[in-house]
Design a protein around this ligand. Structure first.
Ligand code: MN
Ligand code: MN
Length: 463
């Protein structure tokens, strides 16, 4: 037996039945990804799945018994889930947490303008993107807008075959001589990332009226949704890639799609807590959460930093008749998997990865002891004892895992929600799917890593 650490691909070690399970899991994941285009839609879809599996709203329960399955929706954009175990909460709970917001383009508060015969929506990008990747691709629009009466109107344009889409018309190469001299940070001015929304003038407009393409778009919006221009100020509308999730490559070993960071781990988290509850009477209470705003620093009411999570834990304490239990002690004794994707080693950019400490696609879920950048700044660094604990769990459960860091020191860095739970006193480590082209409109994962991510979280809950 070799004493060396080696990355091993999952596929070679899978028998036919396992391959079939992985492919069928992949298909249900791809279906989820196509529906969960925004954090709101991810919450909606997750709640559908949970309700179909016996979960009910925490508000409907005064007392929680062993085996009870509950969820709490935080302001439509994040979700906390629990299955009550037989052990006291104060001995700690098992938590898996993922995020469901992904990089995208948001509409500005007053977005509609007209220029050179076109009506456009002005946008502001959300999260860390390479701006050029978002030019000249089809975009769909999702979100909510409130009218004067305070009624919420849901918007989804671009998901059906015959729906129109939106796009940012990039500059043609013929006239891009000056633009092409600029560096990649500067050559797309974010103020120019406006999407086309129309080009037809309002025929009924009076002769001296200006911006009649804009007027025409406002008419269409008013007919369809009953809204006026000012209502954009009370909206949250986002543009996301309009193309569907697909297998990539002739062997179907890869999955391409928008929003895999971090909906791949979010879906695995949801499925893992359901299946763990189905398969075993568990001792430790299980908590799953899918949260918002990770991509912009985990700030705000629906982010991991929100005290809404503490409120949820308070409710669990109260409703399991554990009054008097110190929430901080619950945290102190709890174990967390911070379920977030990491960078897969990019075949054509190997030079930014430390290969020995990198994650290769197809070689399993990646455990990342620490994140951050440079001299471990802003790192959430897992304790060695906890690494030992989790590696033991995965070894016992035959989970294929690899040990990774994001990339070479000095090439960049990143963080997750891990530090927020670490600061509460929980044991926590980052653990998720390696991704290629992360934060692009079409991120790529391995079909087998995707399945292994789910198995890993389920194994953690069941251990
Ligand atoms: Mn992420
Ligand atoms: Mn991210």
């Amino acid at each position: 037996m070799s004493l060396k650490y080696e990355k091993k691909d999952i596929y070679s070690n899978f028998d036919e039945a396992n391959v079939e399970n992985a492919m069928s899991y992949a298909k249900s994941y791809m279906n989820f990804l196509d529906k969960a285009r925004t954090e709101r839609l991810a919450v909606e879809e997750a709640v559908n799945i949970l309700e179909n599996n016996g979960f009910i709203s925490l508000q409907e329960k005064d007392n929680l018994e062993v085996g009870d399955r509950v969820y709490f929706i935080n302001k439509e954009k994040s979700l906390y889930i629990a299955v009550i175990g037989s052990e006291e909460l104060v001995k700690g709970v098992n938590i898996v947490g993922a995020h469901i917001d992904s990089p995208r383009l948001d509409l500005k508060p007053m977005p509609l303008i007209e220029k050179s015969g076109a009506a456009l929506f002005k946008t502001q990008f959300y999260g860390g993107i390479k701006k050029y990747q978002w030019m000249s691709i089809p975009l769909a629009m999702y979100g909510v807008i409130y009218n004067k009466e305070g009624e919420k109107i849901k918007i989804a344009i671009g998901e059906n075959e015959d729906d129109p889409v939106f796009t940012i018309a990039d500059l043609l190469p013929h006239l891009a001589k000056d633009q092409m001299k600029l560096n990649a940070n500067d050559f797309i001015d974010p103020e120019k990332m406006s999407v086309l929304v129309g080009s037809l003038k309002d025929k009924e407009a009076e002769e001296k009226e200006k911006e009649t393409v804009k007027s025409n778009i406002l008419k269409i919006l008013n007919q369809k949704y009953g809204i006026e221009e000012i209502d954009f100020a009370r909206s949250e509308l986002s543009l996301v890639p309009a193309f569907k999730t697909k297998f990539v490559g002739l062997d179907k070993g890869l999955i391409g799609g928008y929003g895999q960071d971090d909906r791949v781990c979010a879906y695995a988290t949801i499925r893992a807590i359901i299946d763990a509850a189905d398969e075993k009477q568990i001792d430790k209470t299980m908590i799953a959460m899918i949260v918002d705003k990770e991509e912009i620093g985990s700030i705000g009411t629906t982010s991991m930093s929100s005290r809404a999570f503490d409120m949820f834990v308070n409710k669990l304490i109260e409703k399991t008749n554990s009054m008097g239990v110190d929430k901080l002690e619950v945290y102190y004794n709890s174990r967390v998997l911070s379920a977030d994707v990491t960078a897969g080693i990019s075949p054509e950019y190997e030079e930014v990865s430390d290969i020995q400490n990198g994650s290769e696609i197809g070689c399993g879920i990646s455990i990342e002891k620490y994140t951050g950048s440079g001299g471990k700044y802003d790192a959430s660094d897992a304790n060695a004892s906890y690494m030992s604990d989790i590696m033991g769990v995965f070894d016992r459960g035959n989970v294929a895992y690899q040990v990774g860091t994001l990339g070479k020191i000095g090439k960049g860095g990143g963080g997750t929600i891990a530090y927020i739970l670490a600061n509460k006193g929980c044991e926590v480590v980052d653990c998720g799917t390696p991704i290629l082209a992360m934060h692009s409109p079409f991120e790529v994962s391995s079909t087998f890593d995707v399945y292994m991510t789910y198995l890993a979280y389920k194994t953690f809950y069941k251990d």
